[in-house]
Design a protein around this ligand. Structure first.
Ligand code: SF4
Length: 227
């Protein structure tokens, strides 16, 4: 059974650089390492480091057909939750590469620099990775990580830096801001210290929809992080 969905079905967006981008949602349900209080997708159904949605063969056949029909220049892989938890991510990347196209992954940063996740992320030509919460108590309250996995902001920082320093592709770093979680001067100083240690091609700072930070404050923080 095919479980991939395509962005706006048969519509392919054209990126800033004029490339045609086919968006492919590889998560039929929400699987993520976190269960964030701000998540647009609601509660996490499958929370953990890995999830298997079942055999991938039919989905790969469908993806090949879609690419042959739409002839994109790039395939962007995204999905409900974190795509790095999908055990078939490598098969999907390999399928796109076999057709001669580059891949962009859209993910959060936590798993990027960790073991197998890092190996698979390295296969992609472009990675867009997001993070934002950098203090212990805020991290627990916000991301609601599984206690047995012992996820912490310090491990997140190590992971982003480790990944970015060895990655050969294009890395777009995203910093998300949420009111009373990481928009204070103290939090911004910690964010700045982390961003300064990450090797990236571009930086994008934005507020989450829930717990939104006012535009003027987002603009101020963007300036600080880019300085
Ligand atoms: S990491 Fe992203 S997708 Fe996962 S629960 Fe948090 S906001 Fe939702």
């Amino acid at each position: 059974m095919n479980y991939l969905k395509y962005k706006m079905d048969d519509y392919i967006k054209v990126g800033d650089d004029g490339r045609k981008v086919l968006g492919v949602d590889i998560q039929p349900e929400k699987a993520c390492i976190f269960d964030c209080i701000v998540c647009n997708r609601g509660r996490t159904k499958y929370q953990g480091e890995w999830h298997d949605f079942g055999p991938i063969e039919d989905s790969l056949e469908d993806l090949k057909k879609k690419i042959a029909e739409d002839k994109p220049d790039l395939v962007e892989i995204y999905g409900q939750g974190d795509i790095l938890t999908n055990v078939h991510l490598e098969d999907i990347i390999n399928c796109v590469h076999a057709l001669g196209l580059p891949v962009r992954l859209v993910t959060n940063c936590y798993l990027l620099g960790i073991g197998e996740h890092m190996r698979v992320a390295n296969l992609a030509e472009e990675v867009v990775g997001a993070f934002g919460i950098v203090e212990d108590e805020a991290f627990k309250k916000y991301h609601r990580p599984l206690p047995e996995l012992e996820f912490t902001p310090a491990k997140q920082t190590e992971s982003i830096i480790r990944f970015s320093q060895q990655y050969q592709g294009k890395f777009k770093l995203r910093v998300f801001l949420s009111q009373n979680f990481n928009d204070s001067d103290e939090s911004v100083a910690v964010l700045k210290a982390i961003v300064d240690r990450v090797k990236f091609d571009s930086l994008w700072v934005a507020s989450t929809n829930k717990l939104a930070v006012p535009d003027e404050r987002v603009a101020e923080i963007t300036k600080i992080l880019n300085a």
